[in-house]
Design a protein around this ligand. Sequence first.
Ligand SMILES: Nc1ncnc2c1ncn2[C@@H]1O[C@H](COP(=O)(O)OP(=O)(O)OP(=O)(O)O)[C@@H](O)[C@H]1O
Ligand SMILES: [Mg+2]
Length: 268
Amino acid sequence: MHVLSVSSLKGGVGKTTVTLGLASAAFSRGLRTLVCDLDPQSDVSTGMDVNTAGKLNIADVLTSPKEKTVRQAIAPSGWSKVHPGTIDVLLGSPSAINFDGPHPSVRDVWKLEEALAMLESEYDLVLIDCAPSLNALTRTSWAASDRVAVVTEPGLFSVAAADRALRAIEEIRRGLSPRLQPLGIVVNRVRPQSIEHQFRIKELRDMFGPLVLEPQLPERTSLQQAQGAAKPLHVWPGESAQELAGEFDMLLDRVMRSGRIPDPSDTK
Ligand SMILES: Nc1ncnc2c1ncn2[C@@H]1O[C@H](COP(=O)(O)OP(=O)(O)OP(=O)(O)O)[C@@H](O)[C@H]1O
Ligand SMILES: [Mg+2]
């Protein structure tokens, strides 16, 4: 089971969009996929068309990651009406904000990992949509992950923001979870004709080399349309949506190639 956090310390750069795009790619490929909504805004739960009636959610899981609680917090995505396959969501909740303090205890930081360990044989891929901060929720997510995709826009502050995120990942790798590694930087909302964007992408490449993932994702209204309709991008009509779907396929290849690194201290 691969576990990927989709993160950025900045808000609104496309974390949820990348999570949804990768989930759509994984679903169309037939991978058994779980999307964890760790953002109190719960956007990814909305984008995946889940019925939350009678369900528990991530706040319950972080209170007590017992197997029964974890299972009751997982719902099938409405995407599974489009074609058969396993695409589930660990439901988000505004109450998750109560678990996002600046100084989480070590025990709290490992709770999601504990929950996901119970599902190890049931999913091929877990994608975690993170909140835009480095507080407890993001650390909880990273402690449960093998890799982190850092999402950024090609803007003035993007180099500094990506640098901060990569340093934070390194800090958590050293202090908490040796198996954690950056997958790389996903550059989102690129306007290929923009000289400014070309300049920023070059700047990112000069600084981070191969950590800047290919392909970069263009700005497209078809993405917003698929999200608005709560449908997977891969079934959205039109050339632009299909081009983007192909780009998410390539990013997913990269995720699935990044094998889990054995961690000698991983005896839990
Ligand atoms: N490549 C893109 N093309 C067009 N619109 C995009 C693209 N990426 C993101 N958007 C739009 O930008 C907005 C913000 O994106 P998104 O919600 O994915 O960011 P986020 O990082 O998850 O935000 P938050 O920090 O609030 O969780 C959304 O309305 C989304 O549809
Ligand atoms: Mg989001």
